[in-house]
Every structure is written in structure tokens, then in C-alpha cells.
Design a protein around this ligand. Structure first.
Ligand SMILES: Nc1ncnc2c1ncn2[C@@H]1O[C@H](COP(=O)(O)OP(=O)(O)OP(=O)(O)O)[C@@H](O)[C@H]1O
Length: 363
């Protein structure tokens, strides 16, 4: 078979992306394909951040090109994350392409720890990422990201600059009000404060903004999920029966306001003894997977109950940063890629391509 663009593309279509389950040609990932004598060069434009997969993809593409007669193959990678559709009638934020709510039906299941690690994992995979800590009952992102006690800076008295930590932009209700004050806010007040915090932060060109939602499924959570332009939601749950029951409520809440659920993260699924390495299912086996299957959604992955996850998050260096090569960090990155890939498969946002139509009462 001669070395032509068409033959190369045909052969490249055998390379599947493991997270979207589509081949690279169908994903329109192969760009700038050039043949110059025996030299082949191309760019792989990924629709979601997946730096840890680049080497594997390049190896497969290179082998194909060499088999077709190329002598030298040059491959580079780029990332293009697009904005995706949100609830009808909710305006997008100019500087943020996709907002993802990380929610739990119940407190204490590890939602904040998961949010921090997933945000850092997305950044490690190459995305531009922000975290908005909307957990008025216990804002813990400043501590987990190691920026406790700092305050955001404002240039104009109206908007705020996000703080930055480990390459991730962050804003927290904990930076702005005393812990006890936010806790007793009534619903409308909390929603209004959180919405202002979201819209008045000068996010800098984000592919993804993760929102650490207040735990539960009350009025505040429901109104936030209606008013914040969400590409999707991720539910965190422990495999405990009661937590799963609450997760179900969370899922229903997002369904009610037409926010797609991207999947379920099962936290504290297995206890691994730090002394002997013995794994024990203290809350029952595969609860998250069973619930996900029952509700027809994806279980994005499971994380063990591991004392290092707690200690590292408490110390301002979540596991993904503290031990990037550990199995736990790899699980977080795998889940992060899975979330981003699911977003990439959702319908795009076209609202920015249309003019805004204003109807005046006087005409
Ligand atoms: N996989 C894990 N292994 C060990 N400890 C964990 C794990 N996930 C979370 N934790 C710990 O459990 C506690 C609760 O976690 P976290 O604050 O993330 O939960 P949350 O659901 O956000 O809680 P809240 O609803 O109060 O905001 C923290 O001390 C955290 O360090």
C-alpha cells in the first residue's frame, strides 16, 4: 500500500481512544497530516486532556506510518476543549468553557477531597482548570489546596482575582466570609452570594471549572443547579447504603433541572491496611457500581479509604500532587480523563455563535 494521506488516515482509524471509545479519525483528532518523501508529520488534537495517554497513542500511530513505508514520523499533540451546552436560558461565563458540579447527597463522603484531586488531575493532564468552593457548610478547598488564610485580590473593587495553587485557579466562600456566617445563610442569600462569587471572579480562560457544591439536595443546591451554567454533574458517594440512598436524591435533583450526570465516583470503597496491605470492603462490595448500573449511568471509578488521601489533602498537597506516581493518583487521573471525555461527547454550545435578540416594548 503506497504512503498516501488517504491510506494513512484509513489505517489511523484503527486507533481507538480508550475514553470516548471512538477512533482518532472519527474524533477529528488527526490534523495537519503531511507527507514529504519518507517523512510523515501530523498533529493529534485531543478534545479532552489526556497527557498520560499521548505516548501510547503516538507509539500506535508511528507503528502504522512506518508499516506503510514512512521513514520518519513526527507527531505533536494539542488540546482543544470546546464549550458544551448547558441548561436552556442560562448564560455561559465568557472565560469558562465547561462548569461541572461535584455533588453528594450527604455530607462527609469525600466530595471536597475528590473535587480537589480531580481538578489537579485535570490540570496534570494538560487542561486549564479552576475550582469554586461553594460549600457554605464547610469550605475546605483553601486548606486542601494549601492557600488557607489568603485573600483574593481585587483591582477594581467589583471583581476578584482567583488565587492560584498547584497550577489551578481557586475561589472559595471561605476566603470571603467567616465560617459561622455563611453556615446560617437562608437559601436565597446563599444562592445570591455563591452566584456573585462565580460571576465576579476573573477566571482566566478555563477549560473546566469544578464546583464543590454544598452537600445535600435542599433548596440551595436545587437553585444553584438551575442558575449556574452546568455542562454536567459528578456525584460522589460512599458505598454505604444510606449514602447511596442520598446519592439517588442528588441524581434526581440534577435530572429535574436537565443537567446531565457525567457519572458516579465511589469513595472510600475499600480499606487498604497500611500495615499489611490487606483490602477490606468495609461498606459492602461494589455498591457504587451497582447503583450506577441500576440508574443507567457510569461508575467513573473507585477510590480506597486510605489514610494518605486524608493526610495529604489536610496538608494542602492532595495525593495527585503529593504522590503523582501512586496508584491512587492514577485512579484520580483516570476518573478525571473519563469525566472530560464524557463532556467532549456532549453537544456543543452554539449560543455564542448567534446574536442576542432583544425585544423592546416600545417598538
Ligand atoms: N478516600 C479517602 N480516604 C481517606 N480519607 C478520606 C477519603 N476521602 C475523604 N477523606 C477524608 O474524609 C473527611 C471528609 O472528606 P471531605 O471533606 O472531602 O468530605 P465532604 O463530602 O466534602 O464533606 P462536607 O460535606 O463536610 O463538605 C476528610 O477528613 C477527608 O480527608
Amino acid at each position: 500500500m503506497p504512503l498516501t494521506e488517504q491510506n494513512l488516515l484509513e489505517a489511523f482509524s484503527s486507533v481507538k481512544d480508550i475514553h470516548t471509545n471512538k477512533d482518532l479519525v472519527a474524533l477529528r483528532a488527526i490534523q495537519n497530516l503531511r507527507i514529504d518523501g519518507g517523512q510523515v508529520s501530523l498533529t493529534v488534537q485531543m478534545p479532552y486532556p489526556a497527557q498520560s495517554l499521548h505516548e501510547g497513542i503516538a507509539t500506535q500511530l508511528r507503528a502504522i506510518a512506518l508499516r506503510l513505508g514512512a521513514e520518519q514520523v513526527e507527531i505533536d499533540f494539542t488540546l482543544r476543549v470546546q464549550a458544551h451546552a448547558v441548561q436552556r436560558g442560562v448564560a455561559l461565563l465568557a472565560q469558562v468553557r465547561n462548569i461541572v458540579a461535584v455533588a453528594s447527597g450527604k455530607g462527609g463522603v469525600g466530595k471536597s477531597t475528590t473535587t480537589a484531586n480531580l481538578a489537579l488531575a485535570l490540570a496534570q493532564e494538560g487542561a486549564s482548570v479552576g475550582v469554586l468552593d461553594a460549600d457554605i457548610y464547610g469550605p475546605s478547598q483553601p486548606m486542601m489546596l494549601g492557600i488557607d488564610g489568603q485573600r483574593p485580590h481585587s483591582d477594581d473593587g467589583k471583581t476578584m482575582q482567583p488565587l492560584e495553587s498547584h497550577g489551578v485557579q481557586a475561589m472559595s466562600i471561605g476566603f470571603l466570609v467567616k465560617a459561622d456566617d455563611a453556615m446560617i445563610w437562608r437559601g436565597p442569600m446563599a444562592v445570591s452570594a455563591l452566584e456573585q462569587m462565580l460571576r465576579q471572579t476573573q477566571w482566566r480562560d478555563l477549560d473546566y471549572l469544578l464546583i464543590d457544591m454544598p452537600p445535600g439536595t435542599g433548596d440551595i443546591q436545587l437553585t444553584l443547579s438551575q442558575r449556574v451554567p452546568l455542562t454536567g454533574a459528578v456525584i460522589v458517594s460512599t458505598p454505604q447504603d444510606i449514602a447511596l440512598l442520598d446519592a439517588r436524591k442528588g441524581i434526581r435533583m440534577f435530572e429535574k433541572v436537565n443537567v446531565p450526570i457525567l457519572g458516579l465516583v465511589e469513595n472510600m470503597a475499600v480499606h487498604v491496611c497500611s500495615q499489611c496491605g490487606h483490602a477490606e470492603h468495609i461498606f459492602g462490595v461494589d455498591g457504587g457500581k451497582k447503583l450506577a448500573a441500576e440508574l443507567g449511568m457510569e461508575c467513573l471509578g473507585s477510590l480506597p479509604l486510605d489514610i494518605r488521601i486524608r493526610e495529604q489533602a489536610d496538608g494542602g498537597q492532595p495525593t495527585v500532587v503529593a504522590q503523582p506516581d501512586s496508584a491512587v493518583a492514577q485512579s484520580y487521573r483516570q476518573i478525571a480523563r473519563q469525566i472530560a471525555a464524557r463532556i467532549a461527547l456532549q453537544s456543543k454550545d452554539y449560543s455564542s455563535k448567534f446574536p442576542t435578540i432583544t425585544i423592546s416594548k416600545n417598538s
